[in-house]
Design a binder for this molecule. Structure first.
Ligand SMILES: Cc1ncc(C[n+]2csc(CCOP(=O)(O)OP(=O)(O)O)c2C)c(N)n1
Ligand code: SF4
Ligand SMILES: [Mg+2]
Length: 272
C-alpha cells in the first residue's frame, strides 16, 4: 500500500477503503531499501534506534558514527547526521565529535569485528576515558561483510571460514565477553546485553537504547549496549534457524541483561 492517507491516529484510507493502522514505519528510517540479507538483525537494530530517536524528539540533535562491516551503509537508512569511520575507529571519531559538539547525542554503531578485533584499542581507551557517548555493539559472532571469518566473539566450536573445523579454544582463545570485559572500567556508566531475535527481546533492546541516549544528559560516561544478533548467511542457516541458534547457543554464553547500571542518585538527576 503506497498512497494511503492517515485519517486518524489508528485509521488509514486508501482510495475508498479504510483500514486499521497497526504499524507505521518511523519517518526517521528512510525509504531506501535495506541491503541486508533476509532475517539479518542489523535492520531490526536500525529500526529501534530510529524509533527511539523519533520518540525522544532528538532527530536534529543526534550524530551517528557508522562502522565498516555489513552496516557500513547505516547512514543511508537512518535519517540523521552521520560520520563514517575507518574500520575499528568509530569510538575515536565519536570522541572527537562529542568533544566538539557536547550538546549533541553521539553514538557509534559497530560490529564485533570492528569493535572487538581491529578496534579493540580504540574501544577500550574510549571507554576508559569515559567519553559521554553511546556505543551500540552488534555481536553476530562473525565478520559478516567479508564472508564469515572468525570474530573475537565466535563461539567455541563455531565453524567459520577461518575456523573450518570449529573454533578451537587451545589455539584460538576463548570468545571474548566484551560487555563483561569493559564493565569494570570506571568510564563505563551503563552496560547491558540485549538481543533482537524475538519481539520481547526487541522491546527490551529498544528500552536499553532509550536509556543510552537519555544517560548522555548526565555526562557520566559510556553507555554500552551489546545486541546479540544473527548472521543467517554466514551461519548457513535460515532466518528462523539463526534466531533459534541465538537462544540455544549464543545466549548460553552471552546471557542477556544489565551488567552495570546507574546508581539511584544518578537516575534521580535525570530529568525527562
Ligand atoms: C583497515 C581494514 N581492515 C580490514 C577491512 C576488511 N573488513 C571489512 S568489514 C570487516 C569485518 C566486519 O565484521 P563486523 O565488524 O563483525 O561486522 P558485520 O559485517 O558482522 O556486521 C573487515 C575485516 C577493512 N575494510 N579495513
Ligand atoms: S552477511 Fe550476515 S551480517 Fe551481513 S547482512 Fe548478511 S546476514 Fe547480515
Ligand atoms: Mg560481526
Amino acid at each position: 500500500m503506497e498512497n494511503y492517507e492517515i485519517i486518524h491516529p489508528q485509521c488509514i484510507q486508501d482510495g475508498d477503503d479504510t483500514y486499521d493502522l497497526v504499524y507505521d514505519k518511523t519517518a526517521v528510517m528512510t525509504d531506501t531499501r535495506l541491503h541486508y540479507c533476509p532475517g539479518c538483525g542489523h535492520g531490526t537494530a536500525h529500526k529501534i534506534i530510529a524509533e527511539v530517536i523519533e520518540e525522544l524528539g532528538i532527530t536534529e540533535d543526534v550524530i551517528g558514527v557508522a562502522p565498516v562491516g555489513c552496516s557500513v551503509f547505516a547512514y543511508d537508512y537512518v535519517n540523521i547526521d552521520w560520520q563514517e569511520a575507518a574500520h575499528g575507529r568509530a569510538t575515536a571519531a565519536a570522541t572527537g565529535i562529542k568533544r566538539c559538539l557536547p550538546h549533541k547525542y553521539v553514538f557509534s554503531y559497530q560490529g564485533d569485528g570492528d569493535l572487538a578485533a581491529i578496534g579493540t584499542g580504540e574501544t577500550i581507551h574510549c571507554i576508559n576515558r569515559g567519553e559521554n557517548i553511546m556505543i551500540v555493539f552488534i555481536n553476530n559472532g562473525v565478520y559478516g561483510m567479508t564472508s564469515g571469518q572468525m570474530a573475537p566473539t565466535s563461539l567455541e566450536g563455531m565453524k567459520t571460514t577461518t575456523s573450518p573445523y570449529g573454533r578451537d579454544i587451545k589455539t584460538m582463545g576463548s570468545p571474548i565477553k566484551v560487555s563483561e570485559l569493559i564493565a569494570p572500567l570506571p568510564g563505563a556508566f551503563y552496560v547491558t546485553r540485549q538481543a533482537v531475535n524475538h519481539p520481547g527481546a526487541v522491546r527490551k533492546a529498544k528500552k536499553a537504547i532509550t536509556n543510552g541516549f537519555k544517560y548522555q544528559k548526565l555526562n557520566k560516561g559510556i553507555s554500552f549496549i551489546e545486541i546479540v544478533s544473527n548472521c543467517p548467511s554466514n551461519w548457513k542457516m535460515t532466518p528462523l534457524q539463526s534466531n533459534d541458534y541465538i537462544d540455544t547457543h549464543m545466549l548460553k554464553y552471552y546471557p542477556l541483561g544489565d551488567i552495570k547500571v546507574p546508581s539511584k542518585e544518578d537516575l534521580a538527576n535525570l530529568k525527562d
